[in-house]
Design a protein around this ligand. Structure first.
Ligand SMILES: Cc1cc2nc3c(=O)[nH]c(=O)nc-3n(C[C@H](O)[C@H](O)[C@H](O)COP(=O)(O)OP(=O)(O)OC[C@H]3O[C@@H](n4cnc5c(N)ncnc54)[C@H](O)[C@@H]3O)c2cc1C
Length: 533
């Protein structure tokens, strides 16, 4: 294969943005390698297909953490997208930038240019609410308020009575509860692949190879120069003239660095890997949002009554086919936002979810999203915005097809436990509002008001789970002694290699991580092109 200027590893949320931006001028030859297949699948395009893709091996890496010490040894299931669009093709479609302070903290850690004021225009450059405008950016955000479940007006009353700031229009940043904006266009998923890659694929200077599982990055004199991948059972090596851009996500990027000899030298030598660079921070500082759902039986019908019954499914299906609207066109997460769990905090510490549907059944330890409870139910759930527990990703062998060890270390920091208690008490406060009592058909399944703090924590450990926001495993920072990449996303100590995905977040953002990842990739492309000019 002829050399390319840029080789992008991973066609996910970040990779698709990079492919678009780096190929736009037509001056650079760009190759994007994606381990999974294309995203041309029915359940990828239909928003509610989220529940189907959650366990679908063909498009999902389906990781499992090692036993978690903070969860009494329980292992946590981690779906990750393995197809064009990556996790943005299988995610729950919620779009939220987080809060300004998240990025101001990135900048305060020495990462120049990553403060919120500087990044605001980058976010603006990827978002549109008007897909009909040919000049608008391609990522369509939809306000679904009119189509959300009627329980939304009860949720609004619950928030008013529980002193949470309810907003009538969906929020894309900062404090407040509203219906969620979604990455959908005309009732279909608008993943990073749909928004950015599909239009770019018409360009002759962009080549995309699916089914290309990258096995390693090759170096010459400290410069990343080639990529090796397996395609249709055969190894292929391709040269990069300018740069290699690692965008394989918070699990895949540190895994590939380690397989390529960039990581903790002791660990690599033990596995028989030649060390390219001793960098113990590769794979460390894993952050994620850990949350829990509380389930309530409702007096009125909820989405359980639609998705749990064949008549409901047929009606919703027909409505979707005829109008592209209705519950199939929405996220399962219809309402929520960022709030304070208690007075005296300088910024929101809790992301809350109010979903007009409930599901609790598990299959092989995994939540069954497409199996709603047999009663009319809904969920109030939360996760901490900025948990302090840190985990890790580390390879187990030299085999690139073996899943690495993922250790979330959830709830191992004492502050995450005390925050969990405060957030559960916030839900208890909401439970006691007349507005919530009004919709309840029965006492709450989890009787928080009768539970001690110890019981609340036990429940959090036993039933809680990830909100799928892995990040931080190749974090950005000023020094190789504390971080993997610099503020231009170049790997410290090596040339020709950047990491441009959720793994470089210096700290987890407060809300859902797809928006910050696509923003980050957009800015990464600016930095790459500036440095090439
Ligand atoms: C089930 C689920 C629900 C979520 N819900 C939301 C939500 O509602 N809102 C939100 O904002 N965020 C959500 N997220 C998180 C969000 O989607 C991710 O944070 C974001 O997509 C991460 O982008 P990324 O580019 O870092 O990684 P990814 O999008 O995961 O992309 C990495 C890509 O690299 C590929 N890859 C990995 N290893 C290799 C290799 N060796 N060779 C070739 N290719 C490789 C992968 O197949 C993948 O396509 C969710 C995530 C999941 C999994």
């Amino acid at each position: 294969m002829q050399p390319f200027d840029y080789i992008i590893i991973g066609g996910g949320s970040a990779g698709c943005v990079l492919a678009d931006r780096l190929s736009a001028s037509g001056r650079h030859r760009v190759l994007m390698l994606e381990a999974g297949p294309t995203d041309r699948r029915f359940w990828v395009r239909v928003p509610i297909g989220y529940g189907v893709l959650f366990h679908q091996k063909a498009v999902n890496w389906m990781y499992q953490t090692d036993p978690e010490p903070g969860l009494d040894g329980r292992s946590v299931y981690h779906p990750r997208g393995k197809l064009l669009g990556g996790s943005s093709s299988i995610n729950a479609l919620v779009y939220h930038r987080g809060q300004a302070g998240d990025y101001d903290d990135w900048a305060a850690a020495g990462n120049k240019g990553w403060d919120y004021e500087s990044l605001r225009s980058t976010f603006d450059a990827i978002e549109t609410h008007n897909p009909a405008d040919p000049e608008a950016p391609h990522l369509t955000l939809t306000d679904n308020t009119a189509d959300c479940h009627p329980l939304g007006s009860d949720f609004a009353n619950v928030c008013h009575q529980g002193q949470l700031p309810w907003r009538e229009t969906p929020l894309r940043e900062g404090e407040g509860v509203s219906s969620y904006l979604t990455t959908t266009r005309n009732g279909m998923r608008c993943s990073s692949a749909v928004a950015f890659l599909a239009p770019a694929m018409k360009r002759s200077n962009l080549q995309v190879v699916t089914g290309a599982h990258v096995t390693g990055i090759g170096f010459e004199d400290g410069r990343a120069s080639k990529v090796t991948y397996r395609h249709r059972g055969k190894p292929v090596t391709v040269q990069a003239n300018a740069e290699i851009l690692l965008a394989a996500g918070a699990v895949g990027s540190p895994q590939l660095l380690q397989l390529s000899g960039v990581g903790d030298s002791k660990h690599l030598r033990n596995l028989g890997i030649d060390v390219t660079l001793d960098q113990p921070h590769v794979g460390q500082h894993l952050q994620d949002h850990y949350g829990i759902n509380y389930i309530f039986k409702a007096r009125q019908k909820t989405l359980n009554d639609i998705f749990g019954k064949w008549q409901g499914r047929i009606m919703a299906g027909l409505r979707y086919v005829l109008t592209r609207r209705g519950p199939l066109a929405l996220s399962v997460n219809q309402f929520g936002g960022l709030v304070h769990s208690r007075p005296g905090l300088d910024r929101p510490d809790t992301q809350i979810y109010l979903n007009p549907m409930s599901y609790q059944s598990f299959y092989k330890g995994r939540r069954r999203m497409m199996k709603p409870d047999a009663f009319s139910g809904f969920i109030i759930g939360f996760n901490s915005c900025r948990p302090k527990s840190e985990g890790s990703i580390s390879i187990r062998s030299t085999r690139s097809d073996e899943a690495p060890c993922i250790q979330g270390n959830y709830l191992t920091h004492k502050d995450d436990i005390s925050e969990g208690i405060a957030m559960a008490r916030l839900v208890e406060r909401l439970q006691e509002t007349p507005a919530l009592q009004h919709v309840l058909a029965d006492t709450p399944l989890t009787p928080l008001s009768q539970m001690s703090d110890e019981e609340v924590v036990h429940d959090l450990k036993e039933r809680g789970g990830t909100v799928f926001h892995l990040c931080g495993t190749c974090r950005m920072g000023t020094s190789p002694r504390t971080s993997v990449v610099d503020s231009r996303l170049r790997v410290h100590g090596l040339r020709g290699l950047r990491v441009c995905d959720a793994s470089v977040f210096p700290n987890i953002t407060s809300a859902n991580t797809n928006a910050p990842t696509m923003m980050l990739a957009h800015r990464a492309a600016d930095l790459i092109l500036e440095d090439t000019a």
